[in-house]
Write a protein that binds this ligand. Structure first.
Ligand SMILES: [Zn+2]
Length: 363
């Protein structure tokens, strides 16, 4: 749980927030000693009329830090020899604005131009933050204590509330990429938070389905009904406790995929009760351990929090965490090739009921 929250500014004006579990942490005596250039010009959004989707173009991200040696890790605490992104000599959980953001709130939102009659371009207004889960470079989310997971959840709630209130933000998306197989460029345990200026394509699809279901059922929530059906069927449920249920989706796209959802409809992380936040850590850590135990090696994964949108369709939301891996066997990865990448049509090599059984038996 958060006992002390301290916000500071880095030398280029970006915000950094310490979330400490003890009230006596000293955070004020450690200014950023670097002389950083101003944050880069931000991205733009280009509209693709053929599929009715916006694409973010952020060329400055090409220069971002790529797999630095551990004594030059920008996410470790600063030392006398190396000034990292975090000025203090230690920390618990820390969040700061990404130095190489895909979206930024430092630019004017009103400059809409056109590349062609059919392709409007608008500024990539929004915000991108980095969340460090621990100061321990060689740790992982799965090695955190349940108490630390609670602090991370509280920090994500804090950031979701603030970023949802920014002008033009349509959805706030906390996520973690883990493992070089996923394309992680920094091995230090960390996640990210994107505040999108548009409703992303996946969320648009879920909103259409949820709206249709509500119309057909007199207002029932689609995700609630799916969860209830899975709880009844049990065959794909991997773990459960008083407040959360973890199950493999009946039509999962990935070899190993889990949805972890609260047992009651909650729109976003800030709306979770204290009891629900406390109950999240033990079940999520249990699932991460099962993932790592499957092939007896660290499992590359993507962990994605799906929260309600801030605007139209908000009431259709249902908070859940989606965890999936591209590893399908001890020495084999699933690549998104022709059918998935070009057509968006997933072919899953593992029967979801088999995946659920393997995960139940993994520990
Ligand atoms: Zn590090």
């Amino acid at each position: 749980m958060i006992a002390k929250r301290t916000a500071i500014r880095l030398s280029d004006g970006r915000e950094l927030i310490y979330f400490d579990e003890t009230p006596d942490a000293d955070r004020d005596g450690w200014p950023d000693t670097r002389h950083l250039p101003p944050p880069p010009p931000t991205s733009q959004l280009r509209y693709d009329p053929l599929v009715d989707e916006w694409v973010a173009v952020a060329a400055h991200r090409q220069t971002r830090t790529f797999l630095p040696p551990s004594d030059k890790c920008p996410l470790c605490p600063s030392t006398p020899d190396f000034a990292s992104e975090i000025p203090a000599p230690d920390y618990g959980v820390v969040v700061f604005e990404n130095q190489f953001p895909s979206f930024s709130d430092r630019i004017k939102a009103d400059e809409i131009t056109e590349l062609t009659d059919l392709v409007p371009v608008r500024p990539g207004v929004g915000r991108c933050e980095v969340v460090c889960f621990t100061s321990d470079h060689n740790s992982s989310f799965g090695a955190l204590t349940p108490e630390r997971v609670r602090t991370v959840v509280d920090a994500l709630a804090d950031r979701t509330t603030e970023m949802s209130a920014l002008p033009g933000v349509a959805q706030v998306f906390p996520f973690e990429n883990r493992g070089i197989e996923i394309g992680v460029t920094l091995s230090h345990p960390h996640g990210q938070i994107y505040a999108y200026p548009m409703v992303p394509p996946h969320t648009q699809a879920t909103l259409r389905a949820a709206q249709r279901h509500a119309e057909l059922t007199g207002g029932r929530n689609l995700y609630s009904d799916v969860l209830e059906a899975e709880q009844k069927a049990q065959v794909r449920v991997v773990a459960a406790n008083e407040h959360w249920t973890a199950y493999v989706p009946a039509a999962s796209r990935w070899p190993f995929e889990i949805q972890l959802a609260p047992n009651r409809q909650v729109l976003d992380i800030p709306a979770l009760t204290g009891a629900e936040r406390d109950a999240f850590g033990p079940i999520y850590l249990d699932i991460l351990r099962r993932f790592d135990a499957l092939f007896d090696r660290p499992m590359p994964y993507i962990s994605a929090w799906h929260q309600a949108v801030t605007g139209e369709g908000r009431e259709l939301g249902y908070l859940h965490l989606q965890l999936f891996s591209v590893r399908r066997a001890a020495d084999k990865l699933k690549y998104l090739a022709g059918s998935e990448s070009a057509m968006g049509a997933f072919i899953n090599d593992i029967v979801p009921e088999t995946a659920a059984q393997l995960l139940r038996d993994a520990l």
